[in-house]
Design a protein around this ligand. Structure first.
Ligand SMILES: C[S@@+](CC[C@H](N)C(=O)[O-])C[C@H]1O[C@@H](n2cnc3c(N)ncnc32)[C@H](O)[C@@H]1O
Length: 305
């Protein structure tokens, strides 16, 4: 049924943007004592090896997390400043690795579980038969009992039964693979309903920026929904550009340059008030670190209510 496996993409530029944003939100939420619930509607396998088959075959992390690490090392060596959020994110990634080499990359469930306090909960939806089994096994090894629950069902549908969260504090991460064209509409429908049930919850949606009408309109619809419902929002996009071998400027202009995804975005509803500034500080550094020569860039837009 589903062929997408996140193991091929772990640590790529999209993960860098998504997981940096996740770290920023959870570290902020952890500042208040009251417990919170994190719901990850599309969890993946949990944690990934960067030095084995799937990841090596695609090598996407080479142009993602590994470039960022190299840039941070270079900045440190040259006594240049590294944005706080970049440091916090890399500290999380490093915490799953011993020594200097990066062999393991944490997916969203792993970043979330590391930032939970005893009073917090994590709910993980995953439908892929292999990845949900892997996730189940890896979560069991954490021995965290009822604090972390793996649900082998459709996250778009299952989310409603968990809202509002018991303490009225919560983050919902919606990170589909968009393998199904219907995922674009499902994101909006699911959010509309979730926001009715739990208007004060925080919601973080990842989306691809690709030449597909549904993708373009999703970014626009997310912004319009937040504005219509008068919820504060932050929308950040990171475009890592193209290499010369992927396309000449003429090919880029004609939209014939490449098929790989080169840009993605995060739309966050009810974000921490600190998030937009943190991303505005971090993304120039990240873009510089990850960019290929043609057409890279970043944006952070926000609205406050
Ligand atoms: C982009 S990956 C998730 C990556 C993960 N959130 C991370 O950041 O590490 C999307 C995952 O959603 C799963 N999936 C697809 N449709 C789903 C659905 N309706 N409900 C739950 N999981 C789904 C896929 O099998 C895949 O593992």
């Amino acid at each position: 049924m589903f062929s997408y496996r996140h193991a091929f993409h772990a640590g790529n530029h999209a993960d860098v943007l998504k997981h940096m944003t996740l770290v920023a939100i959870l570290q902020y939420m952890g500042q208040k004592d009251t417990g919170f619930t994190v719901v990850d509607t599309h969890a993946g396998a949990g944690v990934y090896r960067l030095d084995q088959d799937h990841a090596r075959k695609s090598a996407e992390s080479d142009a993602g997390i590994f470039r960022l690490l190299a840039a941070v090392e270079a900045a440190k060596a040259g006594s240049q400043p590294v944005p706080e959020l970049v440091k916090n994110y890399l500290q999380q990634v490093r915490s799953f690795n011993q020594g200097k080499d990066l062999r393991v990359y944490p997916g969203s469930p792993w970043i979330s579980q590391a930032l939970l306090r005893p009073q917090d909960k994590l709910k993980l939806f995953e439908v892929h038969p292999t990845d949900s089994r892997l996730l189940d096994r890896q979560v069991a090894e954490l021995e965290r009992g009822k604090q972390i629950e793996v649900l082998r069902r459709n996250g778009f549908e299952g989310l409603r039964s968990l809202l509002p969260t018991p303490t009225r504090r919560g983050l919902v991460l919606i990170d589909p693979s968009y393998e199904l064209k219907t995922d674009y509409a499902a994101v909006i429908d699911c959010l509309e309903e979730a926001l009715q049930r739990f208007p004060t919850g925080s919601y973080a949606v990842w989306y691809p920026v690709i030449g597909r009408p549904e993708a373009h309109s999703l970014a626009r619809k997310l912004k319009a929904m937040s504005q219509r419902l008068q919820r504060s929002w932050v929308q950040a996009e990171l475009n890592v550009g193209l290499t010369p071998t992927e396309g000449t400027s003429a090919q880029v202009a004609q939209g014939r340059a490449h098929t790989a995804m080169r840009a993605s975005g995060m739309h966050v509803i009810n974000p921490p008030f600190t998030l937009a500034a943190q991303l505005r500080e971090a993304l120039p550094f990240v873009t510089e670190a990850l960019q290929d020569p043609i057409g890279s860039g970043w944006t952070v837009e926000s609205g406050n209510y």
